[in-house]
Design a protein around this ligand. Structure first.
Ligand code: 5GP
Length: 114
């Protein structure tokens, strides 16, 4: 499978405004922010697809969500809250085929989403 833009950012082959990094995840500002804070978090161990999540992915996805929570706290979003989004497939309007979480914060969200 072809590398996605997120593979390239992780490899250092494409620039990104990195806000958090550890052994497990990389977090960077979205190029087209939809909130005052809009960060993309990717697992360093690639999980391609949430829709086809395997039982063998469960430990990795659990760790990933723990790290997403940690990234949000590191951005000081834990007091007022934030929104986590996983766009999945065509109807979910996923554009990058590398599992990633959007963290949106520093504004009041509305419901339903668009
Ligand atoms: P998706 O629609 O797949 O859930 O989200 C992909 C996100 O990646 C979009 O919000 C888009 O703005 C962001 N994005 C796409 N290309 C780049 C890039 O080159 N750099 C950064 N920082 N974000 C990107």
């Amino acid at each position: 499978m072809e590398d996605t833009i997120f593979d390239k950012i992780l490899a250092g082959d494409s620039p990104a405004d990195i806000v958090y990094e550890d052994d497990y995840v990389l977090a960077f500002n979205d190029i087209n922010p939809q909130a005052p804070v809009h960060v993309i978090v990717i697992p360093k161990k690639k999980i391609r697809d949430f829709i086809k999540l395997q039982e063998s992915d469960l430990q990795d996805i659990g760790l990933f969500f723990q790290m997403v929570s940690k990234v949000a706290s590191s951005l000081k979003l834990d007091k007022d809250g934030y929104r986590i989004i996983l766009n999945c497939g065509k109807n979910g309007q996923q554009t990058v085929e590398y599992l990633h979480a959007h963290i949106l914060g520093e504004r009041q969200m509305s419901w339903p989403p668009g």
